[in-house]
Ligand binder design. Structure first.
Ligand code: FE2
Ligand code: FE2
Length: 346
C-alpha cells in the first residue's frame, strides 16, 4: 500500500519536474504530485478495502451517513499524504543549493541565477571590457538556440557563453573587440608575445572562475572554448617575419596553439563554433544570409578538419543543424544593421 503511494509520488514528481526554471514551479509540481498521491491513496485504499473495516467498526457508522464518514476519513488520510508531498517540495526548494554543492550538479534554477547580469564577474566584465561583454551576450544568444536544436542543454550553453571570455578583463585592450580603430597594443609586440597574451585569457578566465566558485561545468566551457586551435593571424605574421629574416627559421605551430583541451561535450563544441562565427561575422562588409552561410561553412569545416570536434560526441548531422541555426540567428542579428568593416577576428 505504502509502496504504491511511494511509486505514485516518485513517478508523478519525475514526470512533472522536467525543466524547472523558477522556485514557484517547484511548489506547483509539489502541489500536483501531492494531489496525485492523494488520489492514489484513495484508489488503493478502496481497492484493498483495508480502510473499510476500521471505519465500519467505529461508532460513527452507527449513526446515519456511515459512508459519508468513511469518505471523509479517506479524504483526510489522502490529504495528509498529499500535504507531505507539498512539504517535501518546499523542503527541496530550500535545500537545493546544498544538494547541488554536495552532488556537484547544477539545476536550471542555479544556472539561471548564475546567468543573471548582476553577477559580480559579469558586472566587472561589462565595466572593464565592454566589447567582450557585448560579444559574450551575442554568443550566448546564438549558442543557446543552436544547442537547443540538437537537443543539447541550451541554458547551460548560454551561461557558459556569458563567462567564456572573462579572462579578457585583465588585458582588455589586447583583444580586437575592445580596441579603437587607431589603437593596437600588438603593434609594439612580437607575434609570439602577442600570442602568449591572447592565449592567457583562457587560463586567467578559468582561474578567476574557480576563485569565484563557479561550477566546474562553467570552468570547462572557459578552458575548452578555443580547444587547441591555432592563433592564425599571429602565426602567419611570425612565419612572414621569419621568411623575411636572414636565417629563415621555420616557425613551429605548437607555440601558436591554445593549450586545450578540445571540447569534451556537445555544448562546448557549440560554444566554440558560435564564438568563432560571432567574432568573424563582424569582419563581413555587407553581412547577408549567403555570406554568413559561407562564413559559417568555412569556419565549421576548418575546425572539423583540425580535429577540434573529435572528443565532444557531436555527429556530422548535428553539426549541420548547429550550422543552420547559427546562420539563422546571425542573419536575424544583422538584418538591417549598420555594417562593420576593417576588424580582425577575436
Ligand atoms: Fe576566447
Ligand atoms: Fe569569445
Amino acid at each position: 500500500m505504502e509502496f504504491v503511494t511511494l511509486c505514485a509520488a516518485s513517478c508523478a514528481t519525475a514526470l512533472l519536474v522536467g525543466r524547472i526554471r523558477t522556485r514557484s514551479r517547484l511548489i506547483y509540481v509539489g502541489l500536483a504530485s501531492g494531489a496525485i498521491v492523494a488520489l492514489t491513496h484513495i484508489g488503493a485504499d478502496t481497492i484493498v478495502g483495508r480502510a473499510v473495516p476500521a471505519v465500519l467498526e467505529s461508532d460513527a457508522l452507527a449513526a446515519t451517513g456511515g459512508w459519508w464518514h468513511y469518505l471523509s476519513w479517506l479524504l483526510g488520510e489522502s490529504l495528509r499524504v498529499g500535504v507531505f508531498a507539498v512539504l517535501a517540495a518546499a523542503l527541496v526548494a530550500g535545500a537545493l543549493p546544498i544538494i547541488e554543492k554536495i552532488f556537484g550538479v547544477q539545476t536550471d534554477l542555479s544556472l539561471l541565477e548564475l546567468g543573471d547580469a548582476s553577477h559580480p564577474l559579469l558586472r566587472q566584465l561589462a565595466q572593464r571590457a565592454p566589447g567582450t561583454y557585448n560579444h559574450s551576450i551575442n554568443v550566448a544568444a546564438i549558442a543557446e538556440a543552436a544547442a537547443d536544436t540538437i537537443g543539447a542543454h541550451g541554458l547551460l550553453t548560454r551561461v557558459g557563453a556569458y563567462f567564456h571570455d572573462i579572462g579578457k578583463m585583465f588585458k582588455p585592450n589586447y583583444f580586437v573587440e575592445n580596441q579603437d580603430a587607431n589603437d593596437n597594443c600588438h603593434d609594439a609586440l612580437q607575434p609570439a608575445m602577442s600570442t602568449l597574451v591572447i592565449i592567457a585569457h583562457v587560463k586567467d578566465g578559468a582561474d578567476l572562475a574557480r576563485q569565484h566558485h563557479l561550477p566546474k561545468r562553467i570552468v570547462d566551457f572557459i578552458e575548452q572554448h578555443h580547444g587547441t586551435t591555432l592563433v592564425e593571424y599571429f602565426f602567419r605574421e611570425a612565419s612572414k617575419r621569419s621568411q623575411e629574416a636572414a636565417n629563415k627559421e621555420e616557425v613551429s605551430e605548437t607555440a601558436f596553439r591554445y593549450p586545450g583541451p578540445k571540447p569534451q561535450t556537445r555544448e562546448a563544441a557549440v560554444l566554440m563554433l558560435a564564438d568563432s562565427v560571432e567574432s568573424a561575422s563582424r569582419t563581413l562588409v555587407e553581412p547577408n544570409a549567403a555570406r554568413l552561410q559561407s562564413l559559417v561553412d568555412k569556419i565549421a569545416m576548418k575546425k572539423l578538419l583540425d580535429g577540434q570536434f573529435d572528443e565532444c560526441g557531436l555527429t556530422l548531422q548535428q553539426l549541420e543543424q548547429v550550422k543552420s541555426s547559427l546562420v539563422k540567428s546571425l542573419t536575424a542579428i544583422y538584418h538591417g544593421r549598420v555594417k562593420y568593416s576593417g576588424q580582425a577576428t577575436a
